[in-house]
Design a protein around this ligand. Sequence first.
Ligand SMILES: CCCCCCCC/C=C\CCCCCCCC(=O)SCCNC(=O)CCNC(=O)[C@H](O)C(C)(C)COP(=O)(O)OP(=O)(O)OC[C@H]1O[C@@H](n2cnc3c(N)ncnc32)[C@H](O)[C@@H]1OP(=O)(O)O
Ligand SMILES: NC(=O)C1=CN([C@@H]2O[C@H](COP(=O)(O)OP(=O)(O)OC[C@H]3O[C@@H](n4cnc5c(N)ncnc54)[C@H](OP(=O)(O)O)[C@@H]3O)[C@@H](O)[C@H]2O)C=CC1
Length: 515
Amino acid sequence: MASIADYYAGKNVLITGATGFMGKVLVEKLLRSCPEVRALYILVRPKAGQSMQERVSDMIKCKLFDRVREDSPDFHQKIIPISSELIQPGLAISPGDQERLTSCVHIIFHCAATIRFDEPLKHALQLNVIATQQLLSLAQKMPHLQAFIHISTAYANCNRRHIDEVIYPPPVEPRKLIDSLEWMDDSIVREITPRLIGDRPNTYTYTKALAECVVQKESGKLSIGIIRPSIVGASWKEPFPGWIDNFNGPSGVFIAAGKGILRTMRANNDAVADLIPVDVVINLTLAAGWYTAVHRPKAALVYNCTTGGINPFHWGEIEHHVMSSFKRNPLEQAFRRPNANITSNYLINQYWILVSHRFPALIYDLYLRLSGQKPQMMQIFNRLHKAIGLLEYFSSRDWEWNSENMTMLMGHLSPEDRKTFNFDVRQLCWPEYIENYCIGTKKYVLNEDMSDIPAARQHLRKLRNIRYTFNTLSLVFIWRVFIARSQMARNIWYFVVSLCFKFLSFVRASSTLAN
Ligand SMILES: CCCCCCCC/C=C\CCCCCCCC(=O)SCCNC(=O)CCNC(=O)[C@H](O)C(C)(C)COP(=O)(O)OP(=O)(O)OC[C@H]1O[C@@H](n2cnc3c(N)ncnc32)[C@H](O)[C@@H]1OP(=O)(O)O
Ligand SMILES: NC(=O)C1=CN([C@@H]2O[C@H](COP(=O)(O)OP(=O)(O)OC[C@H]3O[C@@H](n4cnc5c(N)ncnc54)[C@H](OP(=O)(O)O)[C@@H]3O)[C@@H](O)[C@H]2O)C=CC1
């Protein structure tokens, strides 16, 4: 049987979401490990004042592509951007481009989605469900299409504790929901959203569950694979360890903790932290594309792409390794020394939020005001609290995912492919991975230089001295207030002082005698 790289040779691949975190890693890996691939058609929209072309040229300049640039400097010629806005009718693809795509595409990877947890339901539905539906109908028109790979999430069914590799019945018939939301204005939709999403925590997981159902129902004769990654983190090995370029999921939490801003968060120490490195997800995705095209399974195959059942690691362990990693490799200009603790207790967390978040923010803002600058710390903390509030659902619970299809797929790979498209997470050494992850956030998200680490350490020492001075002064102040008000405190104070005095006299006398 052809190897994975042999299969992709001469193929035209269509990718949505190629400008996103996972999409970029997918594009890079395809170009590097399947160098004979014919073309990658990527659906891109203009954004933030940049044209589609400008965005793609920026993307290929990114450090992520350094290795492939070294192997083949002309790699960008294989990337063909197609203008598309996925929430528009017909995905806003021009008739010419539609014709071009339908006549040549062999395989589709659908990565685009809104992954925001606070996305209004209508928008999440438009992008995560309706766009998927439209892409499927475009796929139906492609005579050469061999596989359609849909990227879902392991949390699409997070209202269940045990999750098998099956598509569960939808919470509501997607078509009915689409029809009814169409005539409702935004305020009505906002009001009924909590009732609709029910026991799911947000519109993201809800619409991803609906999308899976749409894929199953509207795929017709297409060969389908559904990949369900858990919490996608920095890369494990490829193209280099620790690649990460965003604040999503745990990355933002790690950075906030490394900067000494985040000191407390609600999470269960003993719950499994189901992180999965992005390169593992992409290797599995490419292997699933190959398997789907070659074996053409009759029903959609679902791959739960998780680590918890195979090589579990817990939030408490993550906390420990993140903190020690940031102590060894500190971030620049930290607000306080990194020292975050997780707790599952609501009241303890509230106490630490008050003492370790709000109080220092208040003092720092006071200092900024007094020095004529604009206060900002309280605002930063309010945003942080909003973000971690949205993540708590995932860090406080445990899930069990069945990942038999991942094992089955591994069994079908040749020894060579198993190395090139490695998704065997049994080999993952968590402490080393977390260390590289933290360094990755420093280098690639914050663009900090590793050569500045001595200065960052010096800054941490300064913060420690400030803390010691502050604690000593506070203690002296509190004691002074006590002494002024209480006879008992005064008596204790005189007792301690006279004891010290006697001790000193004793030491002096004994040293005189010794001489
Ligand atoms: C010591 C360690 C202890 C460990 C404890 C455990 C930690 C981890 C816990 C649990 C992780 C579980 C995660 C579950 C995952 C499920 C899996 C998936 O399937 S999908 C992927 C997940 N998706 C998201 O992560 C989207 C979440 N983000 C959002 O929904 C929004 O970004 C939100 C509501 C958090 C913020 O929305 P806005 O409108 O206020 O802000 P905006 O526009 O997004 O960003 C403004 C600025 O703030 C930065 N930012 C965004 N999120 C940040 C964050 N978490 N921390 C720091 N900065 C962040 C951005 O980069 C941006 O920066 P600029 O203005 O461009 O410079
Ligand atoms: N990150 C994670 O932890 C996990 C992610 N997933 C799934 O993986 C997939 C990729 O996620 P990730 O890479 O992290 O997400 P990103 O947010 O980084 O990327 C999303 C991609 O979708 C594109 N997109 C969004 N809206 C539109 C639109 N209206 N028209 C055209 N393109 C659009 C974005 O393009 P643009 O650059 O123009 O905004 C971007 O390329 C998603 O399906 C997600 O559900 C699953 C589990 C975990």
